[in-house]
Design a protein around this ligand. Sequence first.
Ligand code: ATP
Ligand code: BTN
Length: 319
Amino acid sequence: MLTLLELLKDGRFHSGEALGAALGVSRSAVWKQLQHLEAELNLPVHKVRGKGYQLASPLVFLSAAEIEQHAPDLAWPIHIYDSIDSTNAEALRLAGVECATPFLVLAEQQTAGRGRRGRKWVSPFAQNVYYSLVLRIEDGLRQLEGLSLVVGLAVMQALRESGVQTATLKWPNDVLVGQKKIAGILLELVGDPADICHVVLGIGINVNMQKADEVDQQWTSVQLETGFPVDRNALIARLGLQLQGYLGRHRVLGFAELQNEWEKNHAWQGRAVSLIAGVNQVDGVVLGVDRQGALRLSVDGVEKIYSGGELSLRLRDDS
Ligand code: ATP
Ligand code: BTN
């Protein structure tokens, strides 16, 4: 199937006969493969009598060589999959067997992409970035403090460099344009966080996605914001360089050094919000984050601190 895609990826017309000859199969076998392509990968194919078959838009596949060309100094080993359950799940599996860190797991498609609390991350084929970077953590909890917020800063900067100037952050782990989600971050740990462990920095960025009925909240993508298709390999390289810079600062100086910068880019700074933890809700005004990356809320005029992976922030109507 991917060989057929290799032939079609230029976005030009190819006759059934030419495709059959190149693949060494009959025209009806080509037809069957095309139907699979549409059904399994959700890729629309135009069929025009007398001209043949054409992908609705050209595709550029992920390529380690191209990523390295854009960021020669990074030199992280890269594993690329056509399809995987979840790049985070694969990264956690590989962390048990692969010794050299950091390493990167990427995929064209995730069949079980995951968000926080078991939610689904919609991950169509060859449109977005599904990125999991594995780091080894040696001095335990200090290196984890504020880490997901630091990753957010790197993702936001990579998006701005890609033309989305209005990308901002929402505590704890979302990147937004206005009220629309353009990227999400999911950190997962394996090992003993108080000793040596591995952390997977899972990042999903909507890049060229233009339609996704399954996403049940407001969302956008780089292409929807800029009006142009985006080279995912170049974006991945920019993201890697941003992560390298921010993670380096965080490792040496801790989150406290990035606290101000994070607050300046927080979309909901000073806004009236509700903080939701399961069935419990607290209403307050966002003051910012503390030196560990926890949320500071003014609740009835008193500053309160909140942290933990189960918390969700929502804007209040009177905000
Ligand atoms: P919060 O973190 O405040 O609970 P959230 O509603 O964004 O915010 P998350 O668990 O962070 O929840 O993210 C998962 C949610 O993201 C899914 O429930 C879905 O609504 C949404 N989502 C899934 N796939 C995508 C995607 N590709 N782009 C944007 N949003 C998506
Ligand atoms: C969220 O907003 O809830 C986090 C979404 C994280 C999605 C990314 S895509 C790459 C990596 N693999 C996964 O299964 N999830 C993360």
